[in-house]
Ligand binder design. Structure first.
Ligand SMILES: NC(=O)c1ccc[n+]([C@@H]2O[C@H](COP(=O)([O-])OP(=O)(O)OC[C@H]3O[C@@H](n4cnc5c(N)ncnc54)[C@H](OP(=O)(O)O)[C@@H]3O)[C@@H](O)[C@H]2O)c1
Length: 279
């Protein structure tokens, strides 16, 4: 086992070694900044090496006295062979990963009848299958650590089925089910599994069309920095889930207990959703 460490240090994450996927996106940038500021060692993952290099330079420039490292590795996580390359690369690092953050994800607003088979496949492959398979590949290393965490970035749409997002909702519902199951399955190990559920957040995932729909529906939108703060709280807390936003938190619970009430309220918005989804 390499240079071991604990990730129980809330304000001081020195020796916490993090694999962060989706590091070049809106959430990823805010997450990486927060975690770097806390002293964690980072391995940043994205598909685009130029964007990764830029992010690495920005982080290192943000504190030239920092002693923690920022490694980068470009990989398309839906490709099995590329995930294997990533695992082999991690084995060459001087530290073991003890915190995996499955953050990479894609979304799309389209009515189900207009969503292509290829789009459905890509969304499920990116948001569900890739994080499950990356987690499985990294699990032997995580299980060897004195303590380790896996954090899956879900969505409010992982708890509430919302028209226009059938594939995305299916992918995030499945990710939430995976998180809950693995958290229970690993309950007698040192690996804890957690799920963070952001609501709409201002990143490039929100296309122009989605932004217009959100405005029309009066949907509140958070900053990625707020979500990053919530991520740190989740890392510290003992609970395995964290839901962001009010009234979204309430709707998640209401939807689980009384789905017909939530259906009635969502169906009232259907004509607006259809209008934007069809555009
Ligand atoms: N923004 C929201 O409103 C919102 C709300 C709730 C939950 N979320 C969740 O938050 C997470 C981060 O989303 P975001 O808003 O930050 O989106 P974003 O700005 O579009 O960033 C997405 C990130 O995922 C990476 N990625 C996508 N497909 C990949 C693949 N096949 N292999 C490797 N990397 C891949 C992208 O890499 P490249 O840069 O190389 O493309 C990018 O770094 C997602 O899981 C999303 O579902 C977002």
């Amino acid at each position: 086992m390499k240079n071991q460490s604990s990730n129980k240090l809330p304000h001081e994450m020195k020796n916490t070694n993090i694999l962060l996927t989706g590091a070049t996106g809106g959430m990823g940038k805010a997450f990486s900044q927060r975690l770097f500021d806390q002293g964690a060692n980072l391995v940043l993952i994205g598909r685009n090496s130029h964007k990764l290099q830029q992010r690495q330079a920005e982080l290192l420039a943000s504190n030239i006295n920092a002693r923690n490292s920022v490694e980068i590795f470009a990989v398309d996580l839906i490709e099995a062979e590329q995930r294997t390359r990533l695992i082999n690369y991690l084995a060459t690092l001087p530290f073991d990963i003890n915190l995996l953050i499955n953050n990479a994800g894609i979304s799309q607003l389209s009515l189900f009848e207009q969503t292509t088979a290829n789009e459905i496949e890509r969304i499920i492959a990116t948001n569900t299958i890739a994080p499950m398979q990356l987690t499985q590949a990294l699990l032997p290393v995580l299980l060897k650590q004195p303590s380790a965490q896996i954090i899956n970035i879900g969505s409010t749409f992982g708890s509430i089925g919302f028209p226009g997002y059938a594939a995305y909702c299916a992918s995030k519902f499945a990710l939430r089910g995976f998180s809950q199951t693995l958290s229970r399955e690993l309950a007698d190990t040192k690996v804890t599994v957690k799920y963070l559920s952001p609501r709409a957040t201002k990143t490039n995932l929100i296309s122009e069309k989605i932004a217009q729909l959100n405005t029309a529906l009066n949907t509140a939108t958070d900053s990625p920095e707020l979500v990053a703060k919530e991520l740190l709280l989740l890392i510290e807390q003992h609970k395995s889930e964290r839901y962001i936003g009010w009234p979204e938190k309430l709707f998640v619970r209401l939807n689980a207990l009384f789905p017909t009430i939530v259906s009635k309220s969502i169906v009232k918005q259907l004509p607006i959703i259809q209008k934007f989804a069809r555009e």
